[in-house]
Design a binder for this molecule. Structure first.
Ligand code: ADP
Ligand code: MG
Length: 447
């Protein structure tokens, strides 16, 4: 066995997340293995690595080497290859402070709480209000109120953010708690490795030590018999000792494929809350929050335009915002409508059926018993203004036409007039259920 460390790294790579692995493990290598003295020397770029690895991953390293060599007394020595001993890269420094917040009490296990996912950074709207409230309550009183808490909803809607927020808040309130976050995928990998290396007892103890077990994307456990069985025991143990369990899933328990019945019923024991697709107002608020966090200058109108035209996934919204901001920086221009249109071309949400503005104008005019030309006129008469605003609004929702193009079709109006109309209808819809229904009917009629 000449490269023990290489094999160790191979195994470790499936035990820690990729970013952590790339930052801390990948830059290391085996320097020397001396069987007589029973020493393995590992080279690290600088002394930061040594202290970081010792502080945070020593048990994992020792366990893994033990598995590989069957030699529990092999000594590991880190040797720094650089003389700039304390020059860690920025990445390592941030990564260190981030992880320190949650790892000081962790004992043997790295937990990957993301310090950026907090309640403070989570925008609450009607689509996620309940989930947010439940999560908050659990973080304040773990194991007391809603156990287990099961959060489900479509992808990119904030489940991972919320489950981390629970961990972060609970940790702030009580740093002595053993908080363990992991993805279901990691749970499964961990189980596979533990079976393979005959470490099941350690495996079990590891999970059962947690005061709060946060397990993300539990839907992946469906169909994995051994994982379901182990998770069942873990669940029972934690539950019976009043430890908090939080799970997220992209669907409710009854829709998880090949999920054992006894697990399904347990998942439903506590509180199940869903996160729905954010409504326009929440999407806009999220865009503005992210813009603020990332120091991006974006006008309300442009934020609204993007929120209106992109799909429901907040992850996609974030991606679009980053992309647009990068382009604006490169072009050294502010984020304008035309820039957004240009950059997000092709990303605009797919419409069920293509409708033209002409059709929309026809249907709206019929509904209100006016002429199509009235929709294009400049008249400020109320009985014309309202249908005109509605027609513009529906044009924005149901076509891929730009605000400029819509304006042109309505008697050469400015795009700001179109934005104003859309806003008016958006506001009106919230306050006036009749208007809301009329618009839904018109949309149905058109699609
Ligand atoms: P999921 O786990 O449901 O697929 P994530 O939690 O990973 O989604 O969310 C995707 C991205 O969107 C994350 O960067 C998250 O911070 C952000 N996000 C989602 N919902 C919100 C919200 N309500 N407020 C702020 N950011 C959000
Ligand atoms: Mg997620």
């Amino acid at each position: 066995m000449e490269n023990i460390w290489k094999e160790t790294l191979n195994l470790i790579s499936s035990q820690v997340n990729q970013q952590c692995f790339n930052t801390w493990f990948k830059p290391t290598s085996q320097l020397k293995y001396n069987p007589e003295q029973n020493v393995l020397q590992v080279e690290t770029p600088n002394s930061y690595f040594e202290s970081w690895l010792k502080e945070n991953h020593m048990n994992l390293i020792e366990d893994t080497i033990w598995k590989i060599t069957n030699n529990p007394s092999l000594k590991i020595e880190f040797v720094s290859s650089s003389n700039n001993k304390d020059l860690a890269t920025e990445e390592q420094k941030t990564s260190q402070t981030e992880t320190n917040r949650t790892s000081s009490h962790l004992g043997t296990y790295p937990k990957y709480l993301n310090p950026n996912y907090t309640f403070g950074n989570f925008v609450v709207g009607s689509s996620n209000q309940l989930a947010n409230a439940a999560a908050l309550s659990v973080s304040e009183q773990p194991g007391k109120r809603y156990n287990p808490l099961f959060i489900y909803g479509g992808t990119g809607l904030g489940k991972t953010h919320l489950i981390h927020a629970i961990g972060n808040k609970a940790f702030t309130l009580n740093p002595n708690l053993n908080i363990y976050y992991l993805s279901t995928e990691n749970f499964v990998n961990d189980l596979v490795a533990s079976i393979r290396f005959n470490k099941m007892e350690e495996f079990r103890n590891r999970y059962r030590r947690s005061d709060i077990l946060l397990i993300d994307d539990i839907q992946f456990i469906g169909g994995k018999t051994k994982s379901m069985e182990e998770f069942f025991f873990t669940f029972n143990d934690l539950y019976n000792s009043n430890k908090q369990i939080v799970m997220t899933s992209d669907r409710p328990p009854r829709e998880i494929l090949n999920l054992e019945e006894r697990l399904r019923s347990r998942f439903e024991w506590g509180l199940m809350v869903d996160i729905q697709e954010p409504e326009l107002e929440t999407k806009i608020a999220i865009m503005k929050k992210k813009a603020e966090l990332w120091n991006i200058n974006i006008s309300d109108e442009v934020a609204m335009y993007m929120a209106n035209n992109l799909g429901p996934s907040v992850r996609d919204l974030e991606g679009a915002l980053k992309k647009v901001s990068a382009f604006a920086q490169l072009a050294e221009t502010p984020i304008s409508f035309s820039l957004v249109e240009e950059v997000l071309k092709g990303q605009i949400k797919p419409k069920d059926k293509m409708v033209t503005i002409d059709e929309i104008q026809k249907v709206v005019a019929e509904k209100y018993n006016i002429r199509v030309n009235d929709l294009k006129s400049k008249s400020r008469r109320r009985e014309l203004v309202i249908p005109r605003q509605i027609a513009m609004y529906i044009s924005k929702i149901l076509t891929n036409d730009s605000l400029q193009q819509i304006g042109r079709k309505f008697g050469n109006k400015d795009h700001t007039t179109v934005i104003h109309s859309i806003k008016k209808v958006e506001e009106g819809k919230v306050k006036d259920p009749i208007l809301f229904r009329v618009i839904e009917e018109l949309k149905d009629q058109l699609t």
